[in-house]
Ligand binder design. Structure first.
Ligand code: F6R
Length: 348
């Protein structure tokens, strides 16, 4: 990692210098939500499910985490997110399994979907194409087709709204207000965090500067903030190509804070980011952060905006999307390619 804390100027960034369009994709997130929200609803087979399962990996799997966090307070049946090819024993008749794979070619998702078919679960698919779409068409599964030719992680707006809509429809919950509020907040953030915005006020640019040469560790203090912390971690890994980690309160209060409270010199390499979701936060998060900040190179707090869970999630996650691209640009690398994932998939 370079120790040069300078970022390219705003002009270079807006031209997407060494950026095969990840910045444009990030800027388009509010539009993705707008387009996804007007998709016609997909009809599901059953009126009652005993459990809801989202199956997906990486940038697609996160759409399941978002949906589970958003619906968990209202949904009377369990929602679980599976990020592997095997399925828990309870998945079968009475389950709705949403298989989410942007490419439609991810080995674990295809294997889990085939297993769900054998167990006679109801299946719906979210994808832009590939084998998953073929499988869905051949078997008559409901499909939400998302636009193609993007990196999966750059399509989170499409994927999250599609997955959430399917699950919400299965349990009769409306997400109209959640999506409306998310769009309203993201529209404002897109202006404030865009490359042309004044650098003194652009919190994503200044945070990216602070992160150069550090290992980001992102904490969330609520269910929604924990999912956003994972999105930050994955975006920092894939866009900025840096190691990054995440955890959530209360769990971090029972182990991780101890690591910050003695004299280990490695701690000064870590920059902590706390995703605050004050109305929904677990009490004690402040204390855990106070203990943690003593040992790390710094702690930056970011607050959620909005009332609904979806808006609060996206308001936290969106800043991380920008930070991850600006950090890549600061490091002089293209945020878009993820050659290591391609190498893994070609050998699976
Ligand atoms: C790449 C990315 C990855 C993929 C993952 C699964 O941009 O975000 O994490 O999402 O490798 O692939 P898909 O989403 O096509 O099933």
């Amino acid at each position: 990692m370079t120790s040069d804390a300078s970022l390219p100027g705003s002009d270079q960034m807006s031209r997407g210098n060494r950026d095969s369009d990840m910045l444009a994709a990030v800027l388009a997130l509010p539009d993705q939500l707008r387009r996804a929200a007007v998709q016609p609803p997909v009809a599901l087979d059953s009126a009652f499910y005993t459990n809801l399962v989202v199956l997906g990996m990486g940038g697609s799997g996160i759409s399941g985490d978002v949906a589970a966090a958003v619906l968990s307070e209202e949904c009377a049946v369990p929602i679980i997110v599976v990020k592997e090819g095997g399925l828990p024993a309870f998945v079968g008749k009475g389950s709705l399994l949403v298989a989410a794979s942007y490419s439609g070619n991810t080995a674990e998702t295809l294997a889990g979907c085939a297993e769900a078919m054998r167990r006679e679960a109801d299946i719906a698919c979210v994808s832009s194409g590939g084998e998953l779409l073929d499988m869905a068409e051949k078997n008559g599964f409901p499909i939400v087709k998302v636009p193609g030719d993007m990196q999966p992680r750059a399509a989170l707006g499409y994927l999250a709204v599609a997955t959430l809509s399917l699950l919400a429809a299965a349990v009769g919950i409306s997400i109209v207000e959640q999506v409306r509020e998310a769009i309203e907040i993201l529209d404002k953030l897109a202006v404030a965090l865009a490359p042309g915005a004044a650098e003194t006020e652009n919190s994503a640019v200044s945070l990216a500067r602070k992160m150069v040469g550090k290992v980001p560790i992102v904490y969330g203090g609520s269910r929604v903030a924990a999912v956003a912390a994972n999105r930050w971690k994955c975006q920092l890994n894939e866009n900025s190509k840096v190691p990054a980690f995440r955890n959530e309160y209360p769990e971090m209060g029972h182990n991780e804070i101890v690591g910050w409270s003695d004299g280990n010199p490695l701690r000064s390499a870590a920059l902590l980011v706390a995703l605050r979701d004050r109305g929904a936060e677990n009490p004690g998060f402040d204390v855990a952060l106070d203990i943690s900040r003593e040992g790390a190179a710094g702690l930056v707090e970011i607050s959620s905006q909005g009332v609904t869970a979806l808006a609060r999630f996206f308001s936290l996650a969106y800043i991380g999307d920008f930070v991850s691209v600006y950090l890549a640009l600061a490091r002089g690398i293209d945020p878009t390619p993820v050659e290591a994932i391609g190498r893994l998939k070609s050998r699976q």
